[in-house]
Design a protein around this ligand. Structure first.
Ligand SMILES: *Cc1c(COP(=O)(O)O)cnc(C)c1O
Length: 399
């Protein structure tokens, strides 16, 4: 008899994520298989992580080779994969210095610390960071506090202070919230977890101008938008607006856990006296994987491909929108897309699509988020669209 992994989970695992009832045992490219051998097209990509596809041989080989060579030494010493990755990220971005950590939340924590020190030194002790409503910055205490949702009923109060939330895509709200205490503004170039919200043209440029006028750091949380997701290597390239600080994680390691924050020289204010650090951050193993993944993205023009496939997928979603009353909007950039429904049936839609062999994500009761590997093919998009439309119809008819 097959092992009942779902029962084992119920018994042993903390219940904090409502899982879809699928035990995934293998993946290849855009496809994954469950423990009963059923095949799915994965339009979630490990939450926008598997940018170059599941089990890409480039990652498998980099991890295996590095594991045989050197896994970890601590940052007391120089290691080669870390420095190769650092050079690659800096040379291919507008930022000057990088620090490696292990997750998106940790990257944002580092960015907040940079902002606090910057404010202390350059803005008379300012420490607040303005963030946006519907943003998502992580689940540690401070990134949770930074995340733009109402915290009044929060089970985790008291939260770290120093975060002010304003409406996303509203420059006047940022202007009004700016005080002597403000050190930085942090936004996602396109909000991911908040439902794939694309700001109006000009918003990020106006933010840049405001931060320049006021001497604030502009921080882009590119944990989800970085590494090709929007059809450019980094999300800031879509608008051409350069941040002072940028955080990365999800797509960086090709599936392996690694985060990073990068800063322009004027914002890289840490000094070597234990102000910041990490035991595992920048270890040889994850850096080798991230270097292999990033090199693959750059050398194979995966960003162009993401842009092309994103347009193709979005056009298909728009055809569904045109022909189905229950779809009220299709939005997104590159391969970070969303379908908005007129009823709260996204959970039912996920189930109906799972049955048809398509994995999706639902950040809100009315929103389906679509973020497949950037290596997806047109054929896979066509099949996915068919399954999506059929699944949506079933969910709406039931609902
Ligand atoms: C996922 C995400 C995070 C948190 O990353 P973790 O690796 O889960 O800590 C932070 N910011 C954004 C924009 C994200 O999408």
């Amino acid at each position: 008899m097959a092992t009942d992994w779902k029962a084992i989970e119920r018994k042993y695992y903390m219940f904090c994520v409502r899982r879809q009832p699928i035990v995934i045992v293998r993946g290849e490219g855009t496809k994954v298989w469950d423990d009963e051998g059923k095949e799915y097209l994965d339009f979630t990509a490990g939450w926008a992580v598997n940018n170059i596809g599941h089990s890409n041989p480039v990652i498998a080989e980099a991890v295996a080779e590095q594991a045989r060579t050197l896994v970890q030494t601590s940052n007391q010493f120089y290691t080669v994969p870390q420095l190769e990755l650092a050079e690659m990220l800096v040379e291919n971005s507008c930022l000057d210095k990088v620090f490696f950590c292990n997750s998106g939340a940790e990257a944002n924590e580092g960015a907040f610390k940079l902002a606090r020190k910057y404010g202390k030194q350059r803005r008379n002790g300012a420490y607040e960071v303005i963030t946006a409503s519907n943003s998502f910055h992580g689940r540690t205490l401070s990134t949770w506090s930074a995340t733009g949702k109402p915290h009044d009923e929060d089970p985790f109060l008291p939260l770290p202070r120093g975060f002010v939330h304003v409406e996303y895509d509203d420059i006047s709200a940022v202007r009004e919230a700016t005080t002597d205490r403000t050190a930085a503004v942090m936004v996602e170039p396109v909000q991911g977890e908040g439902g794939v919200n694309v700001p109006s043209e000009g918003y990020l440029a106006e933010l840049r101008q405001w931060c320049d006028e006021e001497g604030l750091l502009l921080i882009f949380d590119e944990v989800q938008t970085g590494l090709g997701r929007l059809g450019t290597l980094f999300g800031y390239e879509v608008s051409g607006v350069e941040p002072d600080v940028m955080t990365l994680a999800k797509g960086l390691g090709g599936g392996v856990p690694i985060g990073a924050f990068l800063a322009k020289d004027h914002a890289a204010v840490f000094e070597p006296k234990g102000e910041h650090g990490s035991t595992f951050g920048g270890n040889a193993l994850t850096c080798a994987a991230a270097a292999a993944s990033t090199r693959y993205i750059i050398e194979n023009d995966i960003t162009d491909r993401a842009r092309e496939m994103g347009e193709y997928l979005k056009a298909g979603l728009q055809r569904i929108w045109d022909s189905r009353d229950f779809v009220t909007e299709v939005r997104g950039v590159g391969l970070l897309l969303a379908v908005e429904l007129d009823a709260e049936v996204s959970a039912e839609a996920l189930t109906a699509c799972n049955e048809r062999g398509l994995l999706l994500n639902a950040p809100k009761p009315t929103t389906i988020r679509i973020m497949p590997p950037l290596t997806i093919t047109k054929d896979e998009i066509d099949i996915g669209l068919e399954r999506l439309e059929a699944g949506l119809v079933e969910a709406v008819n039931q609902g």
